[in-house]
Design a protein around this ligand. Sequence first.
Ligand SMILES: *[C@@H]1O[C@H](CO)[C@@H](O)[C@H](O)[C@H]1NC(C)=O
Ligand SMILES: *[C@@H]1O[C@H](CO)[C@@H](O)[C@H](O)[C@H]1NC(C)=O
Length: 443
Amino acid sequence: MKAFLCVAPILGAALAASSGDFTVLSMNVAGLPAILNSNDVPGDKTTNAKLIGSFFAQHNYSLIHAQEDFNYHAAIYSTDTHPFRTATSGGVPFGSGLNTLSNHPWLDFRRVKWDTCSDASSSDCLTPKGFTFMRLALSTSSTVSTYIDVYNLHADAGTLDADNTARQHNINQVASYISTWSAGNPVLVLGDFNSRYSRTADTAIRALLSSPSTSLSDPWLLLARGTAVPPTAESLCANPSATNYCETVDKVFFRSSPLLTLTPTAYEYVGGRFLQPSGDVLSDHNPVLVNFTYAAGVSLQQSNLHGGPHGNWFSDVPVLSGVRAGVKVIAITLRGGSRVDSVGVTLSEGTVLRHGGSGGTAVTLTLGVGEFWTEGEMCQAQKGGRTRVFYIGGRTSSGKEVQAGTKTGECVVYSAPRGWQILGFLGQDGDEIDQLGFVYGKQ
Ligand SMILES: *[C@@H]1O[C@H](CO)[C@@H](O)[C@H](O)[C@H]1NC(C)=O
Ligand SMILES: *[C@@H]1O[C@H](CO)[C@@H](O)[C@H](O)[C@H]1NC(C)=O
């Protein structure tokens, strides 16, 4: 029992908000050095960038993805007030121009460079363009937490053969990353795709919709066009655009998961909200605004994620979403020593879920009939400069306990919501457990 009595305060805990709404904005901010590209936008680029930042703050969008945020980045951030913002990767030719401004914190931010670029019709190889990944924490608590894997990207421009080839490769690179790193998770991808459904060569955006490994949807199709079927006829947008029916190259894709349902409720081009006092635009792209509601899953939910962003992503969600109602954990098997080597459960219908390596000493707790795994504790600390999971403890509905690893000063207890149980795990692993969260299912 003692293991569960001396517990550090919940880190970053908030009241469980397992449903709510948020807004996302994708905007190419036309921040190439004026000497290289005016973007056909009149006015001084620093002055314009400050105005863009002040509109970001005024409209208080929950999550903003900026592309081409190169040499006027500091001016945008000087007037914006979002509490969570990525550090710039640099101006031209050092940075990717991709940044995120958010009202929500995130884990595991990564910048990934494109494998392919083409200078056929514009200087796409001038800067290390690519995409970013982050696990956005919509809400965290000691029971249910809600996360979305969020991607920002800027794909190769131009319509010559080499541009088309590079661009499809870029978008397929993101799709492949999603299938590995976002397995089981809800996903949002917003950025400058430089793609239109109406161009037959732009096959990769259609594949995002149709491929089972990404299973994404486009809120523009659903809300502005009232269909899931991409158009073949071209319909270019004015800037600003008075209609949402036209198609832009700046796109938003999303998918729900058993852990979280995402529902787009509004789609709008908001160039009219980003104007200079003269009435001129601030960017040559229409910014895209999408409103979403979210709700934690009805049959699976998750705890907060604990530990560090090392190792490979794993999730029991795809397996657990396929098991019948009434399944429960009949055995918990943990391996540990100085840290946690592996975590595993055996389900009542026989499935064994196991993650991590084979080091350490194994301990197994067998659960009785009507006994559920309802509470877990995790401790983290650093080893070789990397945050890992040092301790895991489990407690059942009848008060039986099991633990592995070594306690540290950073421990958190997680409880399944009332009527729910711990059924599996998600996180990142290698030889040991680097990052860990619990997957809850109904009892
Ligand atoms: C922006 O919205 C968040 C909720 O998403 C709210 O907590 C915050 O106070 C708002 N900020 C401003 C400056 O209005
Ligand atoms: C979308 O959300 C924004 C910000 O909360 C709000 O101003 C706007 O009215 C919403 N749009 C619709 C159509 O609901």
